[in-house]
Design a binder for this molecule. Sequence first.
Ligand code: 13P
Length: 234
Amino acid sequence: MIIASNFKTNHTRKSTKEFVLKVENFVQQNNLDVEVRIYPTATALDKFDVNKTIKVGAQNFYPTYNGSFTGEVGFEQLEEFGVDTVLIGHSERRHVLKESNELTAQKYNFAKEQNLEIVYCVGEPKEVRVAGIDAVMAYVWEQFAGIDLDYKKLVVAYEPVWAIGTGLTASDDDIKEVLQRLREKITKPLLYGGSVKVDNVGDILKIQNCNGVLVGTASWEAEDFCKMIEAAKK
Ligand code: 13P
């Protein structure tokens, strides 16, 4: 099971460090064998001295080692902190920051060349969801254009746009159906994301083909995130 926290644009360097240490202590004390991922802001990245099952990764990067890309972070800057897991294709990057499928695929190929674990996010907006499952899958497969599904360090996160940060979680049946369709072509771990909370994470993790969750809002308090990690153990 993979339990991941996406901080988005939240937490400071200080509170990120406290969060990581709390989670680390919790996982160690309870001897939990859960793959934990934490994606803080780029400014709060650091060489955290954490146990092997916890990885601190990057929410974003520009597909370059270094160079002249004002305001961007390249691999040289991530490497400094030993980052070896990244998010790519998150709905906020695609829809709010208008990142194209082409740039997303470029990032994917770059991260693959660097041998990074990639949590590749896909998901449909509301108007596609109301058109039914075939429309959802057509939309989602389009988001995989140029993406190597056989990459050994690929993790896929299905995050319906309308469920992100809205409090509206997809129904267990909807999640199950999409994961099942993804599973027909993808053998890698499949996560669900979108209004996952302490009180629904247990049920979501029981869904067939669900190998974990990617959580935003409800994971930003370390105590709550630890409860979710514990739920994965059960
Ligand atoms: P919320 O958990 O806040 O809905 O966000 C989900 C998400 O975008 C995780 O990447």
